[in-house]
Ligand binder design. Structure first.
Ligand code: 5AD
Ligand code: SF4
Length: 457
């Protein structure tokens, strides 16, 4: 089908679409492809909802508040006092997949719903809406010829690109909605991933993030593309193959502890362009809670993986996710989480208060830890996290690091901002001609969440 056909474009008169994205990198990546697809189909993707005739909200449902955000936004967009005409509103992403047509019952302002694997049919959905003027839902599987590429102008950054390598999740941790919203694990063919990497390198992209709920559970149906690459698991073979494309930096996230093979560390040791950063969510330091979460690992198992990472010949930074206040979590359990945190000395962590998600096994348990205790534990853990993060950041002072200059800093147009190979944020004085370059920066100061420096002479 030729979507850039003139007649198609004329029919839509280049209707303006605004895409709003909540949640994780997978959603950001899906939105990039939706934008690409819309432009090919003859729509115009715009940067603000004010001028848009169609608004797509790509949603997240990992925690309760994320879902509430959707209803708030739909309310705002439909508020007659704010805008003369209500745009056509489409819901995409995880809430769309989970709720399907129930969403129409929750608010009359939603016009269509497109599930997580149906995003490639956005053009068809909009055509259907235009023709029939009725509510539509598509929660079906991905079409066989789904195009995973993103047009250069729709990547969120000119220099950093997200490349999905596996979608879905089979782990069914008891608190988590993702296996329901994103379906079973499906690995993308290695050839297709490697072709994308080569294309991105050609386009001037400096850093690629291989993304997926559990990247190290990567298990493609075919080996094609990985011939000749060593590795104890398909993922570590993919890493070595990805490194050989010569793209300057490769990061990957998220890793699942049980499937984290030490050969991943060997691959990082061998290949300079595989970055020295591992994001390895632990969730809790208590074996009792880990069992109740059905994580498939104990804290000792986790520490063994961390030991392999910390014994690397390169200094690999380690980040994690932790949930406080899981049903039944006692003070003793929580203390074990703090102890594990102190042992691992994470470079950073995303901390969450447990939030029951309807439909998950743990939602049937009594949400026994009060909001007050959850808050207290969160704050205690956050203070540990900040202290360790700051201590580790201060170790960079006086050192020179290589930073990809990605954008202007949030505070000043005289500063640029970017990441190190180990994914630390660095702000430094430089003009815009340096954007997109990898620059040696001498670190002069450390804040909790970022480093500051100047171009090394
Ligand atoms: N409540 C709180 N945090 C959650 N996460 C996933 N599900 C929940 C939930 N029900 C967190 C986990 C996961 C991260 C992406 O979100 O820590 O690693
Ligand atoms: Fe959720 Fe567990 Fe799958 Fe991560 S591994 S997406 S926490 S079910």
């Amino acid at each position: 089908m030729n979507y850039s056909h003139d007649r198609e474009k004329k029919r839509h008169q280049r209707k303006k679409v605004y895409i709003e994205t909540h949640g994780c990198q997978m959603n950001v990546s899906d939105s990039e492809r939706v934008a690409t697809r819309l432009e090919q189909t003859g729509y115009q993707v715009v940067g603000s909802d004010n001028e848009a005739e169609i608004v797509l909200i790509n949603t997240c449902s990992v925690r309760e508040r994320a879902e509430q955000k959707l209803f708030n936004r739909v309310g705002e967009l439909s508020d007659k006092k704010r805008r003369a005409e209500k745009p056509l509103i489409g819901v995409l992403g995880c809430v769309a997949q989970l709720e399907g047509e129930n969403l129409f019952g929750k608010t009359s302002n939603i016009d269509f719903v497109l599930g997580t694997r149906a995003v490639g049919r956005i053009g068809e959905m909009l055509d259907g809406i235009n023709l029939k003027d009725e509510k539509n839902v598509d929660l079906d599987e991905r079409e066989g010829n789904y195009d995973w590429t993103v047009a250069d102008q729709y990547r969120s950054s000119d220099y950093v690109a997200f490349v999905p390598i596996i979608e879905g999740c089979n782990k069914f941790c008891t608190y988590c909605i993702v296996p329901f919203s994103r379906g079973r694990e499906q690995s993308l063919p290695p050839i297709q991933i490697l072709d994308q990497l080569r294309g991105l390198k050609e386009a001037g992209v400096k850093e690629v993030h291989l993304i997926g709920q559990n990247v190290n559970s990567y298990r493609p149906k075919t080996d094609a593309g990985l011939e000749g690459f060593r590795g104890a698991t398909p993922f570590s073979r993919l890493l070595r193959a990805a490194a050989e494309t010569g793209i300057e930096r490769i990061k990957f996230t998220t890793s699942f502890p049980r499937d984290f093979h030490p050969d991943i560390v060997s691959a990082i040791n061998e290949c300079e362009n595989l970055c020295n950063w591992v994001h390895l969510p632990v969730q809790s330091g208590s074996d009792r809670i880990l069992r109740a979460m059905r994580r498939g690992h104990t804290s000792a198992d986790y520490l063994k993986k961390v030991e392999a990472i910390q014994n690397s010949s390169r200094q690999i930074s380690l980040t994690t996710d932790i949930i406080v206040g899981f049903p039944g979590e006692t003070d003793v359990d929580f203390r074990e989480t703090i102890e594990l945190y102190e042992k691992c000395r994470f470079d950073s962590a995303y901390l969450f208060k447990y939030s029951p998600r309807p439909g998950t096994p743990s939602a049937r348990l009594d949400d026994s830890v009060s909001a007050q205790i959850k808050r207290e534990r969160f704050l205690v853990l956050e203070s540990v996290q900040k202290r360790i993060q700051e201590e580790k950041s201060r170790e960079y002072i006086g050192k020179t690091v290589r930073v990809l200059a990605e954008s202007f800093s949030a505070k000043s147009q005289d500063d640029l901002s970017g990441h190190t190979t180990c994914h630390k944020v660095v702000n430094f004085e430089a003009d815009k001609t340096k954007l997109g370059q990898i620059i040696e920066v001498f670190i002069t100061d450390a804040k909790v969440n970022s480093l500051r420096g100047r171009i090394a002479s």
